[in-house]
Design a protein around this ligand. Structure first.
Ligand code: ADP
Length: 354
């Protein structure tokens, strides 16, 4: 993306400015330090200089300084051999510092560009993900909206619309409206759970009681589908957010019902294993292909089998919400499944860490 390219270049430029300011500052210090050391060296040498026998001290001393009288001290208005040595050394130091700074500039430019890329990549991925999410959500909303609009337009064009037809239309409109409401509820849940989690209160709850409550809530569905629910609920107490635990268990049991055949069986377990609280929901329904398993917790992912073979309603958001809820409680969710044999979803929540 263009914006990330320019951000990467700007970030590299900032890295460079900071590094070069530091490098130049130390170069100036080193330059001055070297020059004064060099001057000092020359002076010490001048001090130690012993004139040869017969040599007139005054011959070697063109500098009137009483302290360094026996040696020429480099200075701009005294261009002697020492001054030349001094100037040569100075230009060598300047060249060396120039090379060092140039090398630092190139290395930190390349390194900075690489690091800027590493800094920005996760942000870029997040923005991409967000864009995909908005596109998917709009796509899912468009389908029921288009159906709603078309039905209303067709009905309005029908001059002989009867009351019964109008009622049928309203019923169908209500179904579409319910779908959209369902989707917006899912979207709201997702965005809430993917925030930092500070808005949730954590209280002591008993998982078996939550499961009982959810089973009761979904009784109408299980009765219609003649599903046999087998409960193996052991008391497990942990600190958790009650409504989100309710939602997590609801999603798993709702899926188990949705993807089971009529008259199927679902086993629901709650138990404690070591320091973990476990929720297990096992069905003997259509199962999931191994190729789909890595993706079913992704937002809007629906395995093909559920689309083509059974016409099951859904948006592919339930499991991603379930995963977010498990993660909100520092836990995780896994699945084992075989097509035609059924699926087992297991949620593991650490009891202590919450
Ligand atoms: P939805 O059920 O609304 O499609 P989910 O996120 O809950 O969305 O599930 C994602 C996909 O995972 C489903 O479309 C389905 O293909 C598969 N899946 C989830 N639960 C089960 C299950 N119990 N049995 C078989 N497939 C399942």
């Amino acid at each position: 993306m263009e914006i990330f390219k320019s951000a990467r270049i700007k970030l590299t430029a900032w890295y460079l400015v900071v590094i070069m300011v530091i490098s130049l500052f130390f170069s100036v210090l080193a330059y001055n330090g070297f020059l004064s050391e060099f001057r000092r060296g020359l002076r010490i040498q001048a001090f130690r200089y012993v004139p040869r026998a017969g040599q007139n001290v005054d011959d070697t001393n063109s500098n009137p300084s009483p302290l360094f009288g026996m040696f020429n001290i480099p200075s701009d208005d005294n261009p002697t051999i020492e001054t030349q040595i001094f100037n040569e050394a100075r230009s060598r130091v300047l060249i060396a510092l120039g090379i060092i700074n140039g090398t630092i500039l190139v290395i930190s430019g390349l390194g900075g560009y690489f690091l800027a890329g590493r800094t920005l990549t996760p942000i870029e991925e997040m923005v991409d993900e967000q864009k995909r999410f908005v596109a998917d959500a709009s796509h899912e909303l468009r389908t029921p909206l288009t159906a709603l609009k078309t039905e209303i337009e067709v009905a309005l064009l029908d001059k002989n619309l009867k009351l019964d037809d109008a009622k049928g239309l309203l019923k169908s409109n209500l179904e579409e409206a319910n779908k959209m409401q369902g989707l917006s509820n899912y979207l709201l849940s997702l965005s809430r759970y993917q925030n930092d989690g500070t808005q949730f209160s954590f209280d002591k709850i008993d998982l078996s009681k939550i499961a009982e409550k959810v089973i009761e809530k979904l009784k109408a569905l299980t009765t219609t589908k003649k599903i046999n629910i087998i409960k193996e609920l052991k008391k497990v107490e942990l600190k958790a957010n009650e409504s989100s635990m309710d939602e997590l268990v609801s999603i798993l049991i709702d899926n188990a019902i949705k993807y089971s055949d009529k008259g199927g069986k679902i086993i629901i377990k709650t138990k404690k294993e070591g320091k973990d609280a476990i929720i297990e929901v096992q069905d003997f329904g259509i199962g999931i292909k191994s190729g789909d398993i890595p993706y079913i917790f992704n937002r809007f992912y629906r395995a093909d089998i559920s689309r083509t073979k059974t016409k099951v309603d859904g948006f592919g958001l339930g499991l991603s919400i379930a995963k977010s809820i498990a993660e909100l409680h520092n836990g995780g969710i896994t699945v084992s499944s075989k097509p035609g044999e059924g699926s087992k979803f297991t949620v593991v929540l650490p009891i202590k860490k919450v």
